[in-house]
Design a protein around this ligand. Sequence first.
Ligand SMILES: NC(=O)c1ccc[n+]([C@@H]2O[C@H](COP(=O)([O-])OP(=O)(O)OC[C@H]3O[C@@H](n4cnc5c(N)ncnc54)[C@H](OP(=O)(O)O)[C@@H]3O)[C@@H](O)[C@H]2O)c1
Length: 352
Amino acid sequence: MADMLPIAGASTLPSPKRQMTEEKMIMKAIVVTDQAAGTAGMKLVERPEPQAAINDVVVQVHASGFVPTELTWPSTWTDRLDRDRTPSIPGHELAGVVTALGYGTTGLSVGQRVFGLTDWYRDGTLAEYVAIEARNLAPLPGDVDFTVGASLPISGLTAWQGLFEHGRLRAGQSVLVHGAAGAVGSMVTQLAREAGAYVIGTGRAVDRQTVLDFDAKEFVDLDNDALEDVGGVDLVFDVIGGDIQKRSAGLIRAGGTLVSIVGPTEARPADGLAVDFVVESDRAQLGEIIQRVRDGRLRTNIGTVAPLDDAVAAFNSTERRAGKTIIRVRPTGMIGALKEKHGLQLPTRTLA
Ligand SMILES: NC(=O)c1ccc[n+]([C@@H]2O[C@H](COP(=O)([O-])OP(=O)(O)OC[C@H]3O[C@@H](n4cnc5c(N)ncnc54)[C@H](OP(=O)(O)O)[C@@H]3O)[C@@H](O)[C@H]2O)c1
């Protein structure tokens, strides 16, 4: 307690010495060092476990989500001052259990199940442990599997924010949802339908039934149908960009909105708004999303589940994989389930 008392000219923060451990604990993690190599450059290595900074928690990752386009984002390679930060750990979605609290952290406790979205510029979730700001996490109810929890933060929050914050969707409006069989598009389709919108989903021919199963009213096969036959819509939710976005802008009714999640908009509705945004974490919205998953209003779109040891192979698969790939970092099974139930931790090895 004595070293926490303020003294003249000193901060009330604990000295760095207090936060250091005697031994450096190590963990398994996937790192990237070479942007040109894409997912083929991912490597499973041993890295020191992260430490919780101010207002952070450390989470033992049970399941992790990764968006392949992360490897094209500047934040995967450099810090906020544009300095090289490789080798960096990709993956920004997680579900897991809090194992440590940083100085001053409130709102979460050790042993709590959580899920959420990590900072783009920090090491991510394809690892056994991650340090993350507590505000980026929400409680994960005990009846929701970690695999499901890890599949929701990016796709669920992007859909929520695009529809309700940026798109200002209202009941009775019509929405054109591109890539509606994909991770984000399937969430957009379901949330828009629940909000009372008429949804037209698009995708490839093979996606038709999937999109209708996510409750879209109509499906447009972008390779074979005429997009222009859709007629007027109030909102376009675009996950594809390029020519499809430009043609879609022409379908937007007066007062409508084009929402893009694939960078600055390349077209503008004649009499409406064009918005592009990057998803942000939001605990209340994560709560809304998880409640809908629990009561069956929202279905997640998981295609493949692979263990951390097989993650690099899973991300480099040459097959077309429908749905999201989730990495089950901490295996389930009888022992895992018992450990989860009783909050036990596996022993961690130490660096030589
Ligand atoms: N700004 C943000 O905050 C934010 C957040 C999340 C995601 N994103 C971005 O949004 C994009 C979509 O993410 P996601 O996770 O939903 O990806 P996803 O799961 O791969 O979904 C995209 C869907 O669109 C389909 N599609 C793509 N191009 C198409 C085309 N030309 N014609 C017909 N269908 C097409 C894909 O089919 P195929 O699989 O057959 O190509 C897939 O079904 C990515 O670029 C991602 O980086 C941005």
